[in-house]
Design a protein. Structure first.
Length: 587
């Protein structure tokens, strides 16, 4: 066959068909299954057909067809956070670029996703070289996807042949599980269907980095000096403790030291929150008042696995010199940095110090946890004090959290949040189980929460309760269809006030004042949607609540739905400004 006779149809038929033997695609899928990935999220495409066909017939891994790329990638992110690793299969160019935002969030927030794709094959590249053909979905640079993904992954590779594919796939997966961050793999389109050796039966393991003994000793000695001088020490825990499997070690440190502890928003539920040393989540001005007071009074903050964002500028500016910090980048004690020390080694050495020194621990007593209706009543918008049936952000959480507590459902649910007023209010929740709070708290992506629901439920095996702003839900509402398609009974609460409230807080908070003179900016006004009709169209159960009594009555009904998602429109006043957001906006 000469180049002049090659048709588009024959190009896409080129290469071995999937299912003709053990292939490169089968190798990757086998390795993923060994790492407990039993679901792969997918957007189909012609270039990636050999992989998707292999996936469809692969025993032990389910294909989770998503509606669009953000739906697929947000779901993969949440799956990785709850399961330890995830995979998403995407078409070249148009899909990979569309999913980029979600993968960037996974990069920032330490969520290991394997992004799988395929590029135009060797035959197509010959055609491009000879005739300067621009193939569909291409920018003209057939390596553009990989180059872009190098910025948001720990490794990005394109395989042009099956030779050495097994070894490169193993290295890629080891990077993902070692660093807890995304990786990217594409093949020339024919390579996914080419023969490959079978992998060993032993699952891959993350690399173990050993600390420099001298650096570790110096870091621990310096930290111990600072800790023993402190009168009000505190542990501040972050999401990396959970990602790297160090939660049990953290619990031992808390018990050995006697220190109280708090968490970042991103690190919320790094431990089960029922322990008596947990003071509540610290989210700067959005925090409960007692949490702020304890953090501000601390004179040594043992900061473990935290990602310090600009939500914590007040904290970092006032506590920098008082911090003993250990994270995936190394250790810092005050102004001294120890880059050759791992977080795990440091925590273990510090635990040994606490156990060996009989003068410790300081038996700090945790303050009593707030009882209902606190912290909600104290943070609810005072404008509605004389209107007890009006649902506000804080009244919503007061009644839903009370229901979950009373019916002992907290152990069975996982919450997802994008950045919204609801996320900051939700940081005041107490009593959640370990690993049951997933939020885009660092990347701060509007809409993440709804897209994440499918992955969180599949990854954890728990029922997902998502609380979304209406603006965020509108961005990825198609994810409701994915939930319905796979018969997942996640609950999506949409806080319906028809505005981007969180955006308005940071643009001009005066808009929340009563009266027609104070208006929201036009760009923060949302369209009006018929959520009940939308739920019906997508195959979900639809519920609308406008009053507190309606919300309370709906909760048992919601709890009883088993085989479909539930979309709950929670009607709140446009100008409801929870105290948490008022304080953040005032800052």
């Amino acid at each position: 066959m000469t180049h002049s006779n090659i048709s588009k149809k024959s190009l896409f038929a080129a290469g071995p068909a999937a299912g003709t033997g053990f292939t490169v695609a089968d190798y990757l899928l086998t390795r993923l299954k060994q790492l407990n990935v039993t679901d792969v999220f997918q957007i189909p495409g012609d270039y990636v057909k050999h992989f998707t066909q292999a996936l469809e017939h692969f025993d032990g891994i389910n294909t989770i067809g998503a509606i669009n790329e953000l739906d697929a990638a947000y779901a993969a992110d949440a799956y990785a956070r709850s399961r330890g690793l995830a995979a998403v299969s995407l078409q070249f160019g148009v899909s990979t670029f569309s999913a980029l935002n979600a993968i960037a969030g996974a990069w920032v927030e330490r969520s290991p996703i394997v992004v799988i794709s395929a590029t135009p094959g060797a035959d197509m590249r010959d055609i491009t070289d000879m005739y300067d053909v621009l193939f569909h979905h291409s920018t003209g640079d057939l390596d553009a996807d990989r180059k872009v993904y190098e910025n948001v992954t720990v490794r990005a590779i394109t395989l042009s042949t099956n030779a050495g594919a097994a070894e490169q796939i193993d290295e890629l997966l080891i990077d993902a599980i070692t660093h807890k961050r995304p990786v990217y793999i594409a093949c020339y389109k024919e390579v996914w269907g080419q023969p490959c050796t079978h992998p060993p039966k032993t699952p891959l393991k993350p690399r173990i980095t050993h600390s420099s003994e001298l650096a570790l000793r110096n870091a621990v000695d310096q930290a111990w000096t600072q800790i023993t001088k402190a009168k009000q020490p505190l542990i501040f825990a972050g999401v990396e403790v959970l990602r790297f499997g160090l939660s049990e070690l953290l619990q031992q440190l808390i018990e050995a030291s006697g220190f109280l502890y708090t968490t970042t928003t991103l690190g919320k539920t790094v431990l089960d929150e029922k322990g008596d040393k947990f003071i509540g989540t610290y989210s700067d001005a959005a925090s409960i008042e007692s949490v702020q007071e304890i953090v501000q009074a601390s004179d040594c903050v043992l900061t473990l696995g935290t990602i310090i964002t600009d939500d914590y500028l007040v904290f970092i500016e006032s506590k920098y010199a008082d911090m003993v910090l250990a994270d995936s980048a190394g250790v810092r004690v005050g102004y001294f940095k120890y880059g050759a020390v791992s977080m795990q080694d440091f925590m273990q050495a510090l635990l040994a110090k606490f156990k060996a020194d009989k003068a410790y621990p300081i038996k700090a007593k945790a303050p009593p946890q707030p009882k209902y209706p606190q912290p909600w009543a104290g943070n609810s918008d005072p404008v509605y004090d004389n209107k007890p049936q009006v649902i506000t952000y804080n009244r919503f959480f007061e009644h839903t959290m009370k229901f979950l507590h009373e019916h002992k459902l907290l152990k069975d649910i996982l919450m997802t949040y994008g950045v919204s007023s609801a996320m900051y209010v939700a940081t005041n929740c107490y009593g959640l189980s370990q690993g049951s709070f997933i939020a885009s708290a660092a990347w701060q992506c509007i809409g993440f929460e709804t897209g994440a629901a499918a992955g969180a439920q599949l990854g954890s095996g728990k029922r997902v309760w998502t609380v979304a702003g209406d603006g965020g839900f509108m961005m990825v509402c198609q994810s409701l269809s994915t939930l319905a398609r796979h018969k997942l009974n996640a609950v999506i609460f949409v806080m319906s006030n028809q505005v981007y409230a969180i955006e308005q807080v940071y643009v001009d908070m005066a808009a929340f004042q009563p009266g027609p003179k104070h208006r929201f900016d036009a760009f923060d006004i949302l369209p009006s949607w018929d959520y009940l009709a939308l739920a019906k169209a997508f195959g979900a159960e639809g519920i609308r609540v406008e009053k507190v009594d309606e919300l309370v009555a709906a909760l048992p009904r919601i709890a009883g739905i088993k085989d479909k998602p539930v979309l709950v429109e929670v009607v709140i006043p446009q100008k409801d400004l929870p105290g948490q957001m008022y304080r953040l906006g005032s800052e």
